[in-house]
Design a protein around this ligand. Structure first.
Ligand code: ADP
Length: 261
């Protein structure tokens, strides 16, 4: 429990620091891109200069993309949260994910019958799935299985005490597993840190899971990771269920949208 708390505090301070830096950098990059655009329009700019300005803009835009990631991680990004069914979010991205992971990896999707209404920014949840899928693909270079499963789960006081996280309540859970190479204990400890990567330069930014962590936090949820070398990795995401939702459709043939309170 102490370790969990220490980790949460560390992420909090890294997040605050990263958010501050990202915010300032974003402003700087916006200024650089703006001046490049003005300079390109100047009649005295020749072909070579225009080319160089193009390069500066391209690099600045890559930088801006990274700072966007940091802002997401640090929760400084605004999000538009609406009631959405987690099952629908999963179904929406299914085809895209299959294309992204390629044909050698089998995608398995298992949505529970319960409706899973959550207050969420669907685009941000898609971003989380995309980041997890990118890592899963990289962890299975010779193919494997990538599975998504949803469920309705109650975290009771015993669960909280046992796992050392969470507030008791009813949650929509999304499990994301791969049968890939897994991680060493050292990597496992650091995966959610911004800029932590084991990938080669140019292959990874180390922001994918930091962003996922930030988004889930912002949704007042929890993300947990279990990994075993050579076996695979599972992420579990818990999002608070919208009050009054979900349970009444248990046992029905199709999930129906419960009343949202
Ligand atoms: P990046 O993918 O850019 O490296 P991430 O934050 O997404 O950044 O991941 C950080 C590191 O965590 C990866 O470099 C990798 O070592 C490890 N990792 C993440 N997901 C998985 C996975 N599904 N299987 C094995 N290792 C993983």
């Amino acid at each position: 429990l102490e370790e969990q708390l220490r980790q949460a505090q560390k992420m909090e301070s890294v997040g605050t620091l990263a958010g501050g830096i990202a915010h300032d950098f974003n402003n700087l990059l916006t200024a650089i891109i703006g001046y490049c655009q003005i300079s390109q329009l100047s009649p005295s700019a020749d072909e070579a200069l225009r080319g160089n300005l193009e390069q500066i803009m391209a690099a600045s835009k890559r930088g801006a993309h990274l700072t966007q990631g940091l802002l997401l991680f640090s929760r400084k990004q605004s999000s538009e949260r609406k009631p959405v069914d987690l099952n629908e979010v999963v179904v929406q991205v299914e085809r895209f994910l299959q294309r992204m992971i390629g044909e050698d990896i089998e995608l398995r999707v298992e949505c529970c019958r319960d409706a899973l209404p959550v207050l969420a920014d669907a685009h941000q949840l898609e971003q989380v799935l995309l980041n997890l899928a990118t890592n899963a693909r990289d962890a299975m270079p010779t193919g494997g299985i990538f599975s998504l499963a949803t469920s309705l789960i109650e975290l009771d006081a015993d669960f909280v005490a046992e796992h050392g996280y969470g507030k008791p309540g009813v949650y929509a859970r999304l499990s994301v597993s791969d049968s890939g190479q897994g991680m060493s204990p050292e990597t496992s400890r650091r995966v959610f840190e911004p800029f932590f990567t084991t990938k080669e330069v140019g292959q990874g930014t180390g922001l994918g899971l930091a962003v996922a962590y930030g988004i889930v936090q912002q949704h007042e949820g929890y993300i947990q990771m279990y990994s075993e070398p050579d076996k695979g990795t599972t992420f579990r995401i818990y999002l608070p269920l919208l009050v009054g939702g979900g349970r009444q459709s248990r046992g029905a043939t199709g999930a129906r949208t419960p009343e949202l309170v």
